[in-house]
Design a protein around this ligand. Structure first.
Ligand code: NDP
Length: 386
């Protein structure tokens, strides 16, 4: 029987909810492009419940314990005295969400001799040292597509809120004020702007599709070019590299995975080629941007705004410079953890575990590392240092 160690974010400060703002979730048949939603044998939770926090347990306890497995759930994940560090020593499976990542470093993987499976309940497995997973034969899987649309909606929201100066204007209302000039002196229309995405995978393409009706000029760069009919439908301009694309853009959104090719991409050099007053939205991974270079670009006016929900480390310390830099619209890491998304990635995590314990293949589109190499979706979107 296996021990499953599940790291989830803490419950709400007011306690685990017993009611919700809405009574259910819309029914979705499939993802854009036809991929099916998760297909576990069953689920033990109510769709729309808070599943990603400790008491939600991703709805897994009944299923796992019925099979004789042990489930340990904790939010205590960092430092040598953490529950995660202690329980990892004899864990067979680790489950973690990017929003509250249990960093599976090479050292931790080396100290977990029984570890065979790391599941990302979400998308983006960069909190796992993939080279070490390859070396130690750990399978890494994530719930591909589960929150891609959730993130794309967040990106569109953040683009509009920066360009239109929404958050400072809302602050004026909260503070009892009414100075229109204060609100509008940084407010523009998105219409007519040039908007580019670094990567046009599931999220990037969904952002492009959602922005097309705003009558903007759309640009993208990616390692693989989109089909010609998609380029024509959305009137996309393709660029060979981020370096080629960003100088022509008023708004840039980052939707690539963090891997050796993208780490530190937005540093002083690339930022200096952006238009003065450009906006940068990064909901992909924080370390694609140089933390201090972003602050400098906002202070100098090179960037008119920066927004996103990804930080390093997570949780961000109270004195993280991105909390206090000017003209930012940061949120905690939430875009992919709406109640809607949680329902999908909890079901997808269960599907992966059913396959694993049932001895059947995990869907290829869920695999990142398997059999000692990048596999499935991971082979397509990631690179390693080796
Ligand atoms: P996809 O795998 O569908 O898309 C990723 C795209 O990035 C692929 O098209 C890939 O290219 C492209 N890419 C990889 N490297 C580069 C590069 N060096 N330059 C340009 N493009 C590159 O993933 P998703 O769209 O679903 O997710 C993207 C990322 O968003 C995730 O890896 C994760 O880090 C982040 N994310 C954030 C969430 C949040 O809550 N904030 C939630 C979900 C994801 P190709 O495949 O053509 O080689």
């Amino acid at each position: 029987m296996a021990k499953i160690l599940c790291v989830l974010y803490a419950d709400p400060e007011g306690g685990y909810p017993d009611t919700y703002a809405r009574d259910g979730l819309p029914h979705l048949d499939h993802y854009p492009g036809g991929q099916t939603l998760p297909t576990p044998g069953g689920v033990d939770f109510t769709p729309g419940a808070l599943l990603g926090s400790v008491s939600g347990e991703l709805g897994l306890r009944g299923f796992l314990e019925a099979q004789g497995h042990t489930l340990v759930v904790t939010s205590d994940k960092d430092g040598p005295d953490s529950v995660f560090e202690r329980e990892l020593a004899d864990a067979d499976v680790v489950i973690s969400q990017p929003f509250w990542p249990a960093y599976l470093t090479a050292e931790r993987i080396a100290r977990a001799p029984k570890l065979k499976l790391a599941v990302t309940a979400g998308i983006g497995s960069d909190h796992v040292d993939l080279d070490a997973a390859i070396q130690y034969g750990v399978t890494v899987a994530e719930v591909t597509y589960c929150n891609s649309i959730s993130v794309s909606e967040h990106v569109v929201m953040m683009i509009l809120s920066l360009v239109r100066n929404y958050l400072p204007s809302h602050r004026i209302v909260l503070d009892g004020g009414w100075n229109i000039a204060d609100a509008v002196s940084r407010s523009y229309d998105l219409e007519g702007m040039h908007v580019g995405t670094v990567a046009a995978g599931r999220i990037g393409l969904a952002v492009l599709r959602r922005l097309a009706p705003f009558d903007v000029h759309l640009h993208y760069t990616d390692r693989h070019r989109l089909p010609r009919e998609v380029e024509e439908e959305l009137n996309l301009t393709f660029h060979e590299s981020a370096e080629d694309m960003v100088p022509v853009c008023d708004v840039v959104t980052v939707n690539a995975p963090l891997h050796p090719e993208t780490e530190g991409l937005f540093g002083d050099r690339l930022l200096s080629t952006m238009k003065r007053g450009a906006y940068l939205i990064n909901t992909a991974r924080a370390r694609i941007c140089d933390e201090d270079a972003i602050v400098r670009a906002l202070e100098s006016g090179r960037l008119a705004g920066y927004a996103g929900d990804v930080w390093f480390p997570q949780p961000a310390p109270p004195d993280h410079p991105w909390r206090s830099m000017p003209h930012h619209g940061m949120t905690p890491h939430i875009s992919g953890s709406s109640l809607s998304a949680q329902t999908r990635y909890a079901a997808g995590t269960r599907e992966i575990l059913e396959s694993w314990f049932g001895g059947t293949d995990i869907r290829d589109e869920y695999l990142i590392v398997d059999g000692g190499k990048l596999a499935g979706a991971g082979a397509h979107a990631y690179s390693t240092n080796t």
